[in-house]
Design a protein around this ligand. Structure first.
Ligand code: NAD
Length: 266
């Protein structure tokens, strides 16, 4: 219950879905959690309240992760409150789906700016602090950990979602390049690639029985994921239990990346 004791953890986009579960799971392990949100102050305050009711420590901070001035302001507020940061979970993300020929430049730019540039901007501020402070052995054997929320679509092409798949493919090599560059500083960088997790981002894929039956055809383990599946993986990946894991994507997908169409044919 204290694998992240006294560590300061920022979870971007954690007023809902996967981010809120990651925030709650990390707080349950002793982390002081920053619940970042773009516009849903109410959702963020609910997450903070639930963490506090369970004896944890959390604050909410608004910032659009795609805007450098807002990201810098958020990190300034974190340092004012907690003095430093130990864990960054780059979770904020969105979809703007369209057939390729109908996709507008605005749809493209919006998804790339939040899903990819937002991860770059937040990681840069966190890593600067990890480098300044270095390892604090009482808290962790690494100088800091960045967890990038990727997707099975960092490897699975996705028709009708070219902007989203491109953003997650970009996250994969951003993560690996950072991991290679920052390892000598004892800074850990890894990704989690969720499969289909039941959250607001993909409501249309699970809210009717017909849609859910279609979705389950893609999941060998035969259940849709829940946000806590990702929260548990994120705690482990942030903790010293996974210290020697660097530059890796952990797929948490019930087997979605196992080419399920080949289970009965091919
Ligand atoms: P969600 O919509 O509940 O969560 C996304 C969060 O990001 C929201 O709270 C939203 O407000 C926030 N956000 C959006 N733009 C932002 C911005 N500019 N600044 C700060 N926050 C912003 O959906 P989710 O499923 O919980 O998604 C979380 C992450 O998991 C995303 O990166 C998504 O791509 C990834 N993911 C989800 C699934 C899934 O099946 N749900 C699968 C693979 C990857």
């Amino acid at each position: 219950m204290n694998r992240l004791q006294d560590r300061v953890a920022l979870v971007t986009g954690s007023s809902s879905g996967i981010g809120s579960a990651v925030a709650k799971c990390m707080a349950a392990e002793g982390a002081k959690v920053i619940v970042n949100y773009a516009s849903s102050a109410k959702g963020a305050e609910e997450v903070v309240a639930e963490i506090k009711e369970n004896g944890g420590e959390a604050i909410a901070i608004q910032a659009d992760v795609s805007q450098e001035d807002q990201v810098k302001r958020m990190f300034g507020a974190i340092f004012d409150t907690y003095g430093t940061i130990d864990v960054l979970v780059n979770n904020a993300g969105l979809q703007k789906d369209a057939a390729f020929v109908d996709m507008t430049l605005d749809d493209w730019n919006k998804v790339i700016s939040v899903n990819l540039t937002g991860q770059f901007l937040c990681a840069k501020e966190a890593v600067k602090e990890f480098m300044r402070r270095g390892v604090v052995p009482e808290r962790s054997s690494s100088a800091g950990s960045v967890i990038c929320m990727s997707s099975v679509h960092e490897v699975i092409p996705w028709a009708g979602h070219c902007n989203y798949a491109a953003s997650k493919g970009g996250v994969m090599l951003l993560m690996k390049s950072m991991a290679q560059e920052l390892a000598p500083h004892k800074i850990r960088v890894n990704s989690i690639a969720p499969g289909a997790i039941q959250t607001p981002i993909n409501r249309s894929a699970w809210e009717t029985p017909e849609a859910k039956a279609e979705l389950l055809k893609l999941i060998p383990y035969n259940r849709v994921g829940i946000p806590e599946d990702i929260g548990k993986a994120a705690v482990w990946l942030a903790s010293d239990e996974s210290e020697y894991i660097q530059g890796t994507t952990i797929f948490v997908d019930g087997g979605m990346t196992l080419y399920p169409g080949f289970a009965t044919g091919g």
